[in-house]
Ligand binder design. Structure first.
Ligand code: GLY
Length: 379
């Protein structure tokens, strides 16, 4: 069932029917699966090439608004392939097990079997939920990820993390289920609301801070072009972020080492999301808040030069605004950190910046320093 990836040799004939000289292709190679992440404007119209021959019924899991904006293009891209659409109401607060069960029941009613395939067509919530549905339906069927928000394009659709939230915390139920392919069409961002787009940019800032000073520099130098969604700049942001994610996941699929760096901003961010019942902040905004807190913490621990810390804090501010955090108690967020799934035997692990392009995982941090960093981020 593995999708075939290829390395393009200049001048050689197209190695596969879905080859297109305009696309950027990145390989994710994990023990579970090797697959391509393709970034290409217009790839929606060629999705059928990524459904392996012999697949049964295709189930497209999506939301009403994504389908309204882009459904026709996906349907054309699937032309000739029998497919069913399953709608999910959307919203982080609905990323719950009960909805996965309802989708699975509906699949059975509509004739799904072990040869069926799921297409996750939407933002990060759809990518996580539909991926999890595929992971557990009849003990696992394949999924193709087609992300339609910037956040999902640079993060959620790649790397096989799937799951749902509990009241007690974010993504506390889930599974690693690598997709057959992740297909990224930057054209779909044209209809993405400004707030959602900015939320995705926080994940791009994250990629720059953890592993790519040039990406961070691009974000700071080209802010106007980024916010205007100029195609050449947007494509570079996505491609560089995808390159980083593919490289990190290929090194450490199960997050036992390097992959932890992708959680920069997430430990504090998840606490903020859970504390506000997943209703006040978009995930990317919470990551923006979390990067602020982590940077304040790194600064207070003397782990980062003032100039770099200021650079990160300014970048987060300039791609804001993040919704106000009034009424949220720093102590409650600090208490929530312990429930994060990155917490191991009660010890919270923080991903802290050391410079632009480098982070370190740190544990055993003094509670007072953590509380002070949260207060600074909330201010
Ligand atoms: N979103 C973090 C990861 O994929 O590991």
């Amino acid at each position: 069932m593995n999708a075939i990836c290829f390395v393009k040799v200049p001048g050689s004939p197209a190695p596969h029917p879905w080859y297109n000289s305009d696309m950027a292709s990145f390989t994710v190679k994990t023990p579970q699966r090797e697959y391509c992440v393709i970034v290409e404007r217009g790839i929606l119209s060629r999705v059928r090439h990524f459904v392996p021959k012999g697949s049964g019924k295709v189930f497209v899991v999506t939301t009403a608004d994504v389908w309204q904006h882009h459904g026709n293009r996906l349907a054309r891209g699937l032309s000739g392939l029998a497919h069913e659409r399953l709608e999910f109401p959307g919203g982080e607060e609905r990323k719950r097990l009960a909805h996965v069960e309802a989708l699975a029941e509906e699949m059975v009613r509509r004739g799904a079997d072990r040869t069926s395939l799921v297409i996750a067509f939407g933002g990060g919530i759809v990518n996580d939920m539909a991926g999890f549905l595929a992971a557990i339906f009849m003990r696992g069927i394949p999924v193709v990820q087609i992300p339609t928000t910037l956040l999902a394009q640079v993060d959620a659709s790649i790397g096989g993390k799937t799951g749902v939230n509990l009241v007690e915390g974010k993504n506390l139920i889930g599974s690693f289920h690598q997709p057959l392919a992740a297909l990224i069409d930057p054209d779909v961002l044209s209809t993405l609301p400004d707030r959602e787009y900015r939320a995705g940019l926080f994940e791009v800032i994250k990629c720059g801070v953890i592993r790519s000073a040039p990406l961070f520099e691009l974000l700071t130098a080209q802010r106007d072009a980024v916010l205007a969604k100029r195609p050449a700049v947007v494509d570079r942001l996505i491609e560089e972020s995808v390159r980083i994610k593919a490289e990190v996941v290929s090194t450490d699929e199960r997050e036992s080492g390097l992959r932890r760096i992708l959680n920069f901003g997430h430990t504090f961010g998840h606490a903020l999301e859970a504390e506000t019942a997943y209703t006040r902040f978009l995930h990317g905004e919470a990551v923006g808040f979390g990067m602020r807190a982590a940077t304040h913490l790194a600064k207070s621990l003397g782990q980062i030069a003032d100039r770099d810390a200021t650079g990160i804090l300014n970048a987060v501010d300039r791609y804001g605004p993040i919704p106000p955090a009034n009424g949220i108690a720093a102590e409650r967020l600090a208490a929530r950190l312990v429930k994060d799934k990155k917490t191991i035997q009660g010890s919270v692990h923080f991903v802290l910046p050391r410079s632009i392009g480098e982070v370190a995982v740190v544990s055993g941090v003094d509670d007072g320093a953590v509380l002070a960093a949260i207060r600074s981020a909330l201010a």
